[in-house]
Design a protein around this ligand. Structure first.
Ligand code: SF4
Length: 445
């Protein structure tokens, strides 16, 4: 078995653990943010509804800011207040409500899991972290621990990005914080620390501390309720540990939790020396041609053709303007021809590549993809008969477009198209777009 890590990386003093819990919980009681899922976790008497309410919040909060989630959460809980209600919803409705929140498979998986609880578990939420993780698709170790501790009072720790940062600083853990060895140690530590009588509050307090005080770039150590337990803070105040380590310190050079010898403590960084991560792989670059096909609707208002994406993969089941992934470095002429061929399939009639009007490029950063949409438009005079044998497609007004399950990236494409139309209709500013022009701001989901 591997040797236990040196004492400075652990919480081995029960008195210190007790003091840290008390300080953190007292701070949480004073300073916690008022959030709708926290209210439900405390006021909802029905255990299954309570677990469901926490579950929805935890899934929405993955990779997404609290401020963004609140409105989505309230609308979701109003529409589907119970597992049974969600189980009866269609995927289309779920995607529509989720539109703009990003990482779309989360909503789909949540609904699939709700259906499973209703059909296979008689509507009863599993009550422990172990069962939640085992029985619910899409529920990993973190989400299971959060639901079990917050909804059902199970004394089990949680480790998310905020907790990783706080724990690495509290115990000067500078080895790669995304490595399985370090993550395992952090889970052990979270399980040691979690308060036995208020586990849900303790876990939320630790995450709240990471979100509001022990933030990534400029932590507010002076206001921190646990600074007296923080090794990184102590090190910032008192400088490097002595060259010859005492019994509390790590062995020289071979500690699995210390920063590598090649990356020593940088005093200009202070506590932000921790945590450290191995460099991320840069996102993959992709180019996609997309075309805003436009016709006049019955009242003269523009209508746009949207088509549904496949039910698996990136943005599964969402609607988009007809789009086509492009090879990198494709010449413009070839790009237009390929897009025209693609459109011909949807429209059932020949499309002249020259008729496609270039609008600009819209960049959208997904977590692992740097996506450039090369946007064209094509106004249509006559009607187009859509082939029902192809993927689902429909004509929508602008309002219907925004109410549909479309990604943020597609909303940016439409915005770029409208901007171009406005410029064209303005006598002063009317202009043609040049290739390479950025038609919409970069954004991420
Ligand atoms: Fe984070 Fe500073 Fe508090 Fe340490 S003292 S836990 S670094 S905010």
């Amino acid at each position: 078995a591997p040797a236990p890590p040196p004492a400075r990386h652990l919480f081995s003093d029960p008195a210190e653990v007790e003091a840290l819990r008390g300080n953190l919980l007292a701070w949480y009681d004073r300073c916690k943010r008022d959030l709708p899922w926290r209210t439900l976790a405390v006021t909802e008497p029905d255990a299954d509804r309570r677990g469901y309410a926490v579950w929805v919040s935890e899934i929405m909060l993955q990779q997404t800011q609290v401020a963004t989630v609140i409105d989505y959460y309230n609308r979701w809980m109003q529409k589907w207040p119970t597992l049974q209600a969600l189980a009866q919803a269609s995927l289309e409705e779920v995607n529509e409500l989720w539109a703009g929140l990003g990482y779309y498979s989360r909503g789909k998986r949540l609904q699939e899991a709700a259906r499973k609880v209703v059909s296979e578990l008689a509507g009863r939420m599993p009550r422990t972290a172990e069962d939640l993780q085992k029985l619910l698709p899409g529920v990993g170790r973190y989400t299971a621990g959060a639901i079990a501790s917050i909804s059902y009072g199970q004394a089990t720790g949680v480790v998310d990005g905020n907790v990783i940062r706080v724990l690495c600083r509290l115990r000067c853990i500078g080895a790669d914080s995304s490595s399985p060895a370090v993550i395992d140690r952090l889970w052990d530590m979270a399980n040691v620390l979690v308060d036995r009588s208020r586990p849900g509050d303790f876990n939320q307090a630790l995450m709240e501390l990471g979100a509001t005080v022990c933030v990534p770039k400029a932590p507010l150590c002076g206001e921190c309720p646990v600074k007296q337990h923080c090794q990184a803070w102590r090190r910032k105040l008192f400088g490097n540990p002595p060259k010859v380590p005492d019994i509390e310190d790590c062995g020289v050079g071979d500690c699995p939790l210390c920063p590598p010898a090649t990356e020593p403590w940088d005093s200009s960084l202070g506590v932000t020396n921790f945590p450290r991560k191995a460099a991320k792989k840069p996102p993959r670059a992709m180019r996609t041609a997309t075309c805003v096909l436009e016709r006049r609707g019955c009242h003269g208002a523009p209508e746009y053709l949207i088509v549904q994406r496949p039910s698996s993969g990136l943005l599964a089941g969402l609607w988009e303007f007809p789009s086509l992934p492009l090879a990198q470095d494709l010449q413009e002429e070839r790009e237009r021809e390929e897009l025209a061929d693609h459109l011909q399939v949807w429209m059932g009639q020949p499309v002249a590549a020259k008729g496609l009007q270039f609008i600009g490029e819209v960049i959208h950063i997904f977590s692992h993809i740097h996506q450039t949409y090369v946007v064209y438009s094509l106004p249509l005079d006559g009607d187009v008969t859509l082939d029902p044998a192809l993927s689902p497609s429909r004509w929508v007004t602008e309002d219907e477009f925004h109410a549909s399950a479309v990604s943020t990236a597609m909303k940016k494409v439409l915005k770029a198209h409208e901007k171009q139309r406005r410029q064209e209709s303005s006598p002063v500013k009317g202009s043609k777009r040049k290739r390479g022009a950025k038609a919409g701001g970069a954004g991420s989901t």
